[in-house]
Structure formats: C-alpha cells, structure tokens
Design a protein around this ligand. Sequence first.
Ligand code: SF4
Length: 397
Amino acid sequence: MDHGSRAHAILSASGSHRWLSCPPSAVLETQFPDTTSEAAREGTLAHEICEIKARQKFYTKSDMGYMAKNVATRELNKLRKDPLYQDEMEGYTDDYVSELDVQALGFTEKPYIALETRLDLTDWVPEGFGTADCIMVGGEKLLVADFKYGKGVRVSAEGNPQMQLYALGAWKKFSFLYNIRRIRMVIIQPRLSVNPEIWDLPVEELLSFGQYAKERAALAIEGKGDYNPGEEQCQFCRARQQCRARADQNVMLAFGDIGKLPPLITDEEVGEYLRKGEDVASWLKDLQEYALGACLAGKHIPGYKAVEGRGSREWTDMDAAFEALQKAGIPAEMMYERKPLTLAALEKVVGKKDFAEAAGEFITKKPGKPALVQEKDKRPAITNVPTVEEAFGGVET
Ligand code: SF4
C-alpha cells in the first residue's frame, strides 16, 4: 500500500470520530482486518439507487452527470437484481430525493447541486479525501447532505466530525466561486426517522474545527497522542477487544479501589455508574466474542473453552412432513393457526397511503413503557410526579 492509500485508510473521514477522540487508535487499528458487514454492503446498494434517482431529479441534459431515462432505468434494474435488494429500498431512496428537494427549495436562489463528489481533505488530514452524497451551494450557503441506510443508531448532525470534514472539503472546492458564510449539514436516515437531522453553523466555526482536526490528524498519523477509551469511540474500533487502555479503564471501573465512602451511593453516583457501566458491559461482550474466536482457533484462554450451544430442531422438508401428518389423520386445524398480521407488517404489505386511508381511523397510539436512556436522547423526559394543576386542580381554597 503506498503512503497515500495508507494514510487515507488510517485517517478515513468515516472513522474520524474515533481518531479525533483517541488519536493512537488509528495506527493501532491497522493490525486488525477491516471487514465489511452485510449491512454496509446493503448501504452501498441503497446509495447507488439514491444517486441514480437524484441524478434523474436534479440534472438536466446540459448538466454533467445527466442520465437519460432509459439508461437510468437500465441501471436501476441491474441494482434491483442484487441479492441484497429489498422492495422497501424504493421508498427510502425516494425519501432521500424528496428531502434533497425540500432542502434545495430552502435556498434563496436555485442552488448548484453536486452529487457523489470527491473532496480533497488534505489541508486538514494527511492524504485525506472523501465522497459527499450531495452538496448544494448558492448565495452564501453551503449544504452537505449524507444518506444513511442504517437502522441501528440514529446519527446526529450536530458536531458530526465526518460531516464537518466533508463540509471543509466542499468549502475548499466552492469557496473560490461563492462567498460562503453559512454551512448546513443534513443527515437523512429514513429507516429511523421521517425528519432529517440538521445542523447549521457559521463558516468560522467550521474552519476552527478544521484547525482542531488538523492537529489531531497530525498526531494520529504518527500513532501519537493519548489513548482515550470511551463508549462512542471504542464501539467500532477494530482494536476494541484487545486494547489495553480500554481494558485498564474498564477493570478500574468495574473492580477499582473505591476507598472509604458512605454506605449508600448517591443519585449522582447511580447516574455515573450507569453511564460508565454501559462501556464495561459492551467491553465484556467484546472480550467474550474475542475469547470464543480464540478458543475456536485452538488458542487457550485460561478458565474458558468453546462448547457446542443448545441446538434446535428444524424441518428438512416441512411440506412433506405436513402431508405425512395429514395422511396419518391429523386434521389441518390442528396444524395451522390463522392469526392477523401485526399493524406494522400489514401496513408494509398494503402500503402506507392505502393503509392510512382504509384503516387510519382505527389506529391509536398507546404510550410506550417508561425506559431509561441517556440524557442526550432527543425524546422529552417524562415523570409520574403530578403537576401543580393536577395536584390542586378542582380543589377549592
Ligand atoms: S479501543 Fe478505544 S481506547 Fe482503544 S484504541 Fe480503540 S478507541 Fe482508543
């Protein structure tokens, strides 16, 4: 691998959250294979569909990147044959294009729109580059939009380093032509929310992030700086199972000497232990995964071994089995149950619009069970404590 590819592989924009928080992680990670998950391949496919639909929506014949309708249909049909393709991708990729349309209308004049644009990030990150899904620029405003197909974790736009690096690259590309003063970042994650994540900031704030990123990248590429274990940066780090800094911190959190303290812990400590305990729990899970892999590979992890888990029975040929049971006199009513689909499953089969028209009036939303989440969660806090009106309402004084 030449230096350029190496530096980019080490300091990718998508991994920037990690190497900005924990600079030496960038070099440490290189010892571990970079595996691509099925979810990531699915995301790539959805991105390809998004790109073609966006080209059709925003480009006309005179634009570079324009795709004639028959070419677009042919390309889309090819993608639809991919084994990872699902029908629901159509709706989600349409949502992406609709949101871009909404964002374009928010400009005071028709913006210039660039799709799938390669960006030079080398002013901030050695050999850095990235590809932005969509950039819009017009007047004093620059917008960078990113499509996320994942449905595990909702990605926030505010303070998002990957988006800020892309915005820096876009600013570098277009600031010769436009007097950019305001930056907008938009993350469209339609499988998790109908509303996009949006963050607006002045260009000065973006450039000051650029300075910070430059300093951290210079440390990271040399494998220097302090290890900084933490839930978010360790979560996807390839070194997470064996990283000593993370192990030391979690051992300290779980078994550390706490000295002489009052017999009951305070509510402040409850909050602190819950938060820190989340990383201890995920670290233990990572250790278990590593140890299982090591045992299966013939290594010895003292005190542990790999065994076969509890198996389960399954049909070799269910149709033939049911036929045989029926021939043996078992009535069909005993073998089948007829039950309604769940609301969500039925909506998916019928389609959102038709479903709402036909059955919308019979749907009500029950409040969910109270759940404990971290304060950064965007849902409003709830409480069982009655308000003053509830407590005193109706009482005559
Ligand atoms: S596991 Fe965490 S502490 Fe260790 S290198 Fe990775 S990000 Fe840094």
